[in-house]
Design a protein around this ligand. Sequence first.
Ligand code: N01
Length: 538
Amino acid sequence: MVSPAPKTYDAIVVGAGFAGLYAVHVLRDKRNLDVVAFDAAGDVGGTWYWNRYPGARVDIESVHYSYSFDEDLQQEWHWSERFPAQAEILSYLDHVADRFDLRRSIRFNTRITALTWDDEESLWTATTGAGQTCRARFVVSAAGTLSVPKRPDFPGVEDFAGEVLLTGNWPHHEVSFAGTRVGIIGVGSSGIQAISEIAKTAGELTVLQRTPNYATPIGNYPTDPEEERAEKADYAAIREASRNHFLGVPYSEVRPSAVAATPEQRRQVFDDRWNRGGFRLFIDSFGDILFDKAANDTIAQYIRERIHERVHDKATADLLAPEGYPYGTKRPPLETDYYESYNRPNVSLVDVKSNPIDAVTPAGVRLADGTEHHFDVLILATGFDACTGPLLAMNITGRGGLRLADHWSDGPQTYLGLMAAGFPNLFMITGPQSPSVLYNMPLAIEDHVDFSVAAMDHLRATGRDVIEPTPQAEKDWVAHTNELAQATLLPDSPTSWYMGDNIPGKPRRVLVYLGGAPAYRAKCDEIVAAGYEGFALS
Ligand code: N01
């Protein structure tokens, strides 16, 4: 039997989280293009579909961490808390999918396993896990930045007699920890949120910590109706202020320099931002914290002192208080009662830096010195192959058989963190070397989708089919992003997913654009105004 020719769409979207949903909406409903989207998940949600672990919640206020593209949507939706939990964000995305009738364009439970560019036809072919194919002029990767979980290959993990759970791919059923011995590896944002929640119910919870983190209070509270009314009345101005802020939130009280302030002034600012919570301490206290080691030392010391105030046992507090690396060079987690968890009799902390994990055994985890910790459940909160991982997982081949994996063997090479030379018409929403994770994600996504769709409009208007960066523009962008990173303290970080080296064998390269969202947006506007400078159009 002859298999039918693969269908050719105008655009293929990979992913059905915040980015994929918006891309489908704009391409299909605003541009009337023939679009198909794919997602490996069973439904919409992306990150918020997979990360269902106890305690999972957003850490940018949802009044800001939400779509801005539709005034009615932002007026009608009500968030119950300042920083809502995963289930509520998933309901929001579910509502968006219904409201704009997006599901009819999405194939769920379908993973894209290959994307291949056809030079002659100027078309992409997408292959699914089931071996089906379809084609399109454009591909929009909405595959996410933190969507490929890292599962360390501890020897023996397959022989563990209990259950192994991954925060980044959590079961859909309720997991009860009552009366069980739980071990958790990892104290990044996921681990810290999960530990704070699981500590309340577990029989025993043992935290296996390698590098302590500078976690600070999230400051969550139920939505205040007055505050909500005021925000909704002024939403356009709030979004504008967000887009003009380095991190994409409308914070506006940053002082220029921690080192120029007196110790009393510093303390007053740090206390104020600490008490108000969110990313204020990180991004709205002093402007030199991420750039000047002496400034950074002041905030690092402040956080260490606050940890010591909250943790009763001095030896535990010493282990929890980070030393030897600057605050903010690992992505700062936000927490609720995380440090107080260690004051509970059922919670203990084990240092696996000085005494590393040797193997997982049928009964638990064995450390290098031979001590063994016994668990019924082992939770891996061990992070993600960030930024490049989701793209490389799609097995992308561009012009002349060039594999993205080869093009990026020494780290990502992109122009604007959005396209790569040799990979025409492939738009990487919040790709590596864009502000992505250092910008409020829904806004970063909208900006990138809008840029991509405007580029398609421009091609159509000028009678062309293909857009791709020039190798020189790509080279210059890579140099520019590296130079920006060098001006910060990021290169002084220990192992971190910001730098990619949390994954064994992945080159240590900065994966984010550190010039801030406003500078990035201005650069994009400049490039468009100059007739897509740095891009070859054909
Ligand atoms: O991952 P991580 P995450 N042996 O990479 C440890 C976003 N997010 O999933 O630091 C022992 O930060 C590792 O130790 P070390 C947010 O952007 C947001 O927590 O490498 N330990 C570290 O402690 C966040 O930054 C929210 O020494 C091992 C941990 O595992 C990003 O996702 C919530 C190990 C991994 O921390 C990733 O966070 C959750 C090993 N072999 C996530 N391998 C919000 O609040 C790894 N570790 C919105």
